[in-house]
Design a protein around this ligand. Structure first.
Ligand code: URA
Length: 198
């Protein structure tokens, strides 16, 4: 597969420029810069986290702090690296002090996430934490449904996962996350077969 990084793909360049100029919620006032997403424009797997932290706000890249280091390790459990996957967040600007994103901030940013989902058209979507989980599994408890795939009408598969930061706080979740990540390659193959079958 030829890897086309999103920062040189015209559709993503246009989207990232609009994100960079976005004034649509209060997070625009305190951000250093926006953090739209990273990875190949033709990635088959898309990870959706919560929102940028301090390091991400400084660098303009998602998951480059401690949670990102663990994400890299977990990707290894699936036999992947960051070069194989697309990574973004439900909100593209850092919530001050790393507080939870507010519902109106998530709503203001939702059209960007929807556009990314459409442009990338990844076969497998992995939610990291409760805020991205709520896009596909509203009201669900992560402790009950983590790792359990849902097949969408078009054959794509969505899998809810614990957020890597949760495993940094509670080491007992690390093997749970690693086991869930280890099952992702088989789920990707299943999603590809679903879509090939039409
Ligand atoms: N946590 C997230 O949810 N996203 C990031 O980009 C970094 C930490």
């Amino acid at each position: 597969m030829v890897i086309v990084p999103t920062h040189v793909d015209p559709a993503f360049i246009d989207l990232y420029e609009r994100i960079a100029d976005c004034p649509n919620c209060v997070l625009a006032r305190t951000r250093t810069q926006t953090v739209p997403g990273s990875g190949p424009a033709n990635a088959e797997v898309m990870f959706v986290g919560e929102g940028p932290g301090q390091r991400e706000d400084e660098r303009g890249q998602p998951f480059v702090g401690p949670a990102g280091k663990l994400l890299d390790e977990l990707l290894g459990a699936a036999g992947w690296t960051r070069a194989d996957v697309y990574v973004t967040n439900v909100v593209k600007c850092r919530p001050p002090g790393n507080r939870d994103p507010e519902p109106e901030e998530i709503a203001a940013c939702a059209p960007f996430l929807e556009e990314q989902l459409h442009l990338l058209d990844a076969h497998l979507i992995v939610t990291l934490g409760r805020f991205s989980m709520a896009r596909w599994f509203p009201g669900a408890a992560i402790s009950r449904i983590h790792g359990q795939p849902r097949t969408l009408e078009d054959g794509r598969i969505v899998v809810p996962m614990y957020h890597p930061a949760a495993a940094l706080r509670n080491g007992g979740l690390r093997p749970v996350l690693a086991a869930d990540f280890g099952r992702l390659p088989a789920l990707l193959e299943r999603a590809k077969a679903n879509r090939a079958a039409g």
